[in-house]
Design a protein around this ligand. Structure first.
Ligand code: C2E
Ligand code: CA
Ligand code: CA
Length: 606
């Protein structure tokens, strides 16, 4: 609000009588500044000058233009229309007050003046006028402020909208490539699955970026990755049925070197697979980067909705599994298969059940005898795990042992086998059969620091000598982590335990490595043995292995002996022992005892 003390109101007094003007000036001293004019024309002129008068005291009777005419003009002019006009009329003058008010007059004062009345009226009108003016000013100020604030708010909203858009973009896109990310893909896939739309999900994983990162550093590696992604994106544009993800790009960066493409199923699997292979070939084309020529390859995993997943998560998981499976495929490309799914529901439930079977006595060992070919006697038996699942029936060890190896269950499992084999070995001995029982170990078992202690404890529990158990390890497992495995094997051997190389011939061991191994026996893999009479190559291999093993001072066992001619041929080649269906299938201990006691055993003797 304007301070009243600072502003002295201005009154324009119009009267043809100079005395009246002087009087007004005196009466209003201290209330307002007064400007006097003596005719209507001048009054109209002064009314539009600055500063404008706050009030006009207007004599009605004047020569020339009279007060009423002046008032009419003032009210007609927008510049002056809102200035309050007070008419002054002489006493006895026959004036029509009503006409004056209709004209827009604010008040009437009759002459001769009574100073107090004049002052009071003028002050009242001036105050009203000031108030109105103040309100107007305030309103104008308010208007301006509202306009300014509105502009500010609009700017703020704009900034917020932009920030929100930027954040949205960040949430749904990958920083490095600007491509849609897996969050956006998941949202889009969820919507597709909700509408029961069929689609194919292809995952691409680049191979070779470890080398690129190691050589060029991570920053360059990232830039190179962005370039490869860009090229993949332009290749994907031509890909049959490739969908835009929510109207954006057709390529999604999942994470790291993994990208995704979503396709319509209309073209069919054949076309899709061909296109994917072509894409793989294109990806392998070297790419120029800073004067270098970079090469990578890509593996591809594919899953179809709804066959492989009716919801986004399942479909994605299965596409990832297919991607893992693709590593084993020659073309580095795989469509999801349930049997390759390590995480399938059956596997999960089997794993839980296996733990239970170990504890609750759900497992048994079958024994497959080994025949000493020179002596014509049974000299040992291999213990083989058997699991009869209450719901799924017989589960072959080839199915559940890899599972146990991957999850750490192999440790309690092997412990159970060792304990049971030692117990049975003692039982055979009690019946007069001094057999060595062969037990299969996994490479994982070799990494258990207390393995040796546990084996010794199992033997001691039945007063068995160290050579009562023979430990079989496959050739490939001994080759894996060669030095670590070697140290563990040396420790076992030093304690007097016997070791055997299982599945020999499948792992392509070098002779030099074989020499370092503290093994006593070598088992020729059954794939060479079974067919050795029809496959000349197999026969040569078997003969060579026997000779080589003997040169190194190792005994040789042939497994997978399925008929008499093979048995005869092995004997002729000097093989030490034989094991196989022709002699006896893996059987329960009682059945093996019975088999060993049978007269017919002589029929298989060589
Ligand atoms: P493996 O150690 O090579 O065991 C020999 C396999 O060949 C056994 O299969 C046996 O039933 C089979 N076999 C025996 N004679 C013949 C024959 O004349 N012809 C043919 N075609 N096959 C024959 P099984 O019992 O299914 O065991 C498979 C594999 O499971 C074993 O191969 C072994 O690697 C693993 N395994 C079995 N028990 C255990 C165990 O207690 N621990 C560990 N770690 N692995 C085990
Ligand atoms: Ca074996
Ligand atoms: Ca074997």
């Amino acid at each position: 609000m304007t301070n009243k003390n600072e502003y002295e109101p201005l009154v324009l007094a119009v009267d043809d009588d100079p005395l009246m003007l002087a009087l007004v000036q005196r009466v209003l001293a201290g209330v307002a500044e007064v400007i006097g004019v003596d005719n209507g024309v001048e009054a109209l002129q002064r009314a539009v000058e600055t500063p404008p008068p706050d009030l006009i005291l207007l004599d009605v009777r004047m020569p020339g233009m009279d007060g009423h005419a002046v008032c009419r003009r003032l009210k007609a002019d927008p510049r002056t229309s809102d200035i309050p006009v007070i008419f002054t009329t002489g006493l006895g003058e026959d004036e029509d007050e009503a006409a004056g008010f209709e004209m827009g007059a604010a008040d009437y004062i009759t002459k001769p003046f009574r100073p107090a009345v004049v002052r009071a009226r003028v002050r009242a009108h001036l105050q009203a006028r000031m108030l109105t003016r103040q309100v107007r000013q305030d309103n104008a100020l308010l208007d301006r402020k509202v306009r300014e604030r509105t502009r500010e708010l609009e700017a703020e909203i704009q900034v917020r909208r932009e920030t929100e858009q930027r954040l949205q973009h960040q949430v749904y896109h990958d920083d490095l490539t600007g491509l849609p990310n897996q969050v956006l893909l998941r949202r889009y896939l969820t919507e597709l699955c909700r509408r029961d739309e069929a689609c194919g999900l292809l995952l691409f994983a680049f191979n070779g970026f470890v080398e690129i990162n190691n050589t060029l550093g991570h920053q360059n590696g990232s830039q190179a990755l962005a370039l490869f992604a860009q090229r993949l994106q332009s290749l994907v544009r031509q890909f049959p049925g490739a969908r835009r993800i929510e109207g954006q790009a057709r390529l999604v960066r999942m994470e790291g070197v993994c990208f995704a493409v979503l396709v319509d199923p209309e073209h069919g699997t054949e076309v899709l697979l061909r296109a994917a292979r072509e894409l793989q070939a294109e990806i392998e084309q070297p790419l120029g980067y800073q004067g270098m020529s970079l090469s990578i390859s890509a593996q591809v995993g594919i899953a179809w909705a709804p066959e492989h997943g009716k919801d986004a998560e399942t479909l994605l998981r299965h596409a990832h599994i297919a991607l893992q499976q693709s590593a084993q495929e020659e073309g580095q490309l795989a469509v999801y298969r349930e049997d390759g799914d390590q995480y399938s529901a059956r596997r999960l439930s089997l794993l839980g059940d296996l733990r239970e079977a170990i504890q609750e006595g759900g497992l048994t060992l079958a024994y497959q005898p080994q025949l000493d070919l020179a002596a014509g006697q049974v000299c040992g038996a291999e213990a083989l795990l058997r699991w009869e699942h209450p719901h799924f029936g017989f589960i072959p060890p080839d199915e559940f042992i890899p599972m146990a190896e991957q999850t750490g269950v192999i440790r309690p499992l092997t412990d159970w086998v060792l304990a049971e084999a030692a117990r049975q070995c003692a039982a055979f001995r009690a019946r007069g059969y001094t057999l060595a029982i062969s037990v299969n170990l996994s490479a994982r078992n070799l990494r258990e620091p207390d393995l040796l202690e546990r084996i010794i404890a199992h033997l001691a529990a039945h007063d068995l000598p160290r050579d009562a158990l023979l430990l079989e390890l496959t050739e490939t497992e001994m080759m894996r982590n060669q030095d670590g495995a070697l140290a563990a094997l040396l420790a076992l051997e030093a304690a007097g335990l016997q070791l055997s190389i299982d599945d020999f011939g499948t792992g392509f061991s070098s002779l030099a490595y074989l020499k370092r191994l503290p093994v006593r026996e070598l088992k020729i893999d059954r794939s060479f043995v079974s067919d050795m009479l029809c496959e000349q190559g197999d026969r040569v291999i078997v003969r060579t292995i026997i000779q080589m093993a003997h040169n190194l001072g190792l005994k040789v066992v042939a497994e997978g002996v399925e008929d008499q001619p093979v048995l005869d041929a092995l004997a002729e080649m000097g093989c030490d022992r034989a094991q196989g269906y022709h002699l006896c299938r893996p059987v329960a201990p009682e059945a093996m005892l019975e088999w060993m006691g049978r007269e017919e055993l002589s029929s298989v003797r060589v």
